[in-house]
Design a protein around this ligand. Structure first.
Ligand code: FES
Ligand code: FE2
Length: 408
């Protein structure tokens, strides 16, 4: 870990604003600006494993759940569970290009057949194993659909979008998620947000956007004030950039650091957050927020002192991303694990996405028209936006490639 350039004290704020202005003009995050479709050669979470069952049948038998189709970084991918393993091939027939998932036909445990002329693929390899309408075709055994490396860990199915041998999955995952004693809720939230994926990451990581959440039902329910709109400029960022490991940035919020934005004024009018810290100890527990390549965030702890919040902003295409949220809690045994899952079913799976993060979805979609145009050139960042510029620089330094249309 290395300490980075974010130790500004109050008198240095002017300098900070100036340096951000300089950076904005010179754009040391050029690659990031080009990554409209995401970064290539990375692992992405695709969906929760519980959302895909093994099965045999076709759509007329109502067995649609036997496959799952996802578009990730612009690539259409079909997932199928064979035994206890998930496999993925391109969701595009090599014959005439239709989506296999448009009418999935799974006649055997390990195949998917194209509904139009019967090209049949082994989903473990992508190989065309027969063509039902031309069983003597010399193309059989020769043609193959692109297949994708897949892993299932922590109740999530992950897919590698890229070329060549993938790096270890753990290099593209927030630290801690795969810890043996961490129970990870297997039925978290996922939904499509109509904004570019980068607006998702930046919204989640942005320290001052918490202002937006000041009326959230979640905060009223947990009665735990969080530093609403605290400018992060007084704190140090810690970059995690070990060659063999995940690449990310930590920012710890601690009592007495920064200026919680509970109250501010416009002339004689005071604007304040409904929930304020009455006991200084409510602010004493550090909340460590961190952002990770290729597109993940971790908030430890959140929303309660014993829960770790994880979320991802997986690029679908240039104008939308899949928002995935789940939670983890350290447990000693199976009873505690089940207790946590029950609590997550009852409280967090509704309250967090709908009592808090709906504001984030609203914000990202509201930002999209500006950034879909020339917003990246026209924005005017403030000093506290050093959080955003740190992330842009980290992503530019450590991404493994830029995803483009037409690569597959
Ligand atoms: S388009 Fe799929 S078999 Fe012809
Ligand atoms: Fe938020």
């Amino acid at each position: 870990m290395t300490q980075q350039d974010a130790q500004a004290s109050e008198p240095e704020r002017g300098e900070l604003e100036e340096s951000i202005g300089r950076e904005q003009r010179s754009k040391p995050w050029k690659a990031y600006l080009e990554a409209e479709l995401g970064f290539r050669n990375h692992w992405y979470p695709a969906f929760f494993g519980a959302e895909l069952k093994a099965g045999v049948g076709d759509d007329r038998q109502g067995i649609l759940a036997a496959v799952r189709s996802e578009t990730i970084c612009g690539e259409q991918i079909l997932f199928r569970r064979v035994g206890d393993q998930v496999f993925a091939i391109q969701d595009r027939c090599v014959h005439r290009g239709v989506k296999l998932s448009a009418r999935p036909e799974c006649f055997t445990a390990e195949t998917v057949t194209c509904w139009l002329h019967g090209f049949t693929y082994d989903v473990r390899t992508g190989e065309v194993v027969t063509i039902l309408t031309d069983p003597e075709s010399p193309l059989i055994g020769k043609l193959r659909a692109r297949s994708y490396p897949v892993a299932e860990r922590a109740g999530i199915v992950w897919v590698y979008i890229g070329d060549g041998d993938p790096p270890p999955l753990a290099w593209d995952v927030q630290p801690g998620l795969f810890d043996d004693d961490l129970a990870v809720y297997p039925h978290g939230f996922s939904g499509v947000v109509k904004s570019n994926w980068r607006l998702g990451v930046e919204n989640g990581w942005d320290g001052t956007h918490l202002y937006l959440h000041r009326h959230s039902k979640l905060l009223a329910t947990i009665r735990r004030p969080i530093p609403l709109g605290e400018p992060p400029s007084r704190e140090g960022f810690q970059w995690q950039e070990d060659a063999a490991g995940p690449k990310g940035i930590y920012l710890a919020r601690r009592r007495g650091m920064g200026r919680p934005f509970w109250e501010s004024n416009i002339g004689a009018v005071t604007i304040s957050a409904p929930l304020k810290p009455t006991d200084p100890d409510t602010l004493s527990a550090p909340m460590i927020i961190s952002v990770w390549l290729p597109a993940g965030l971790k908030v430890d702890p959140f929303p309660t002192p014993d829960i770790i919040h994880f979320e991802w902003y997986v690029p679908i295409d240039e104008r939308s991303h899949k928002y995935i949220i789940t939670w983890g809690r350290r447990v000693m045994d199976e009873t505690q694990r089940q207790q946590f899952f029950g609590e997550a079913d009852e409280i967090w799976s509704d309250l967090v996405p709908h009592g808090f993060n709906h504001d984030d979805v609203f914000a990202r979609e509201a930002m999209e028209p500006f950034y879909a145009g020339d917003g990246w050139q026209k924005e005017h960042l403030m000093g506290a936006d050093i959080m955003l510029t740190q992330w842009r620089k980290l992503a530019t330094r450590h991404h493994r490639g830029i995803q483009r249309r037409g690569l597959v």
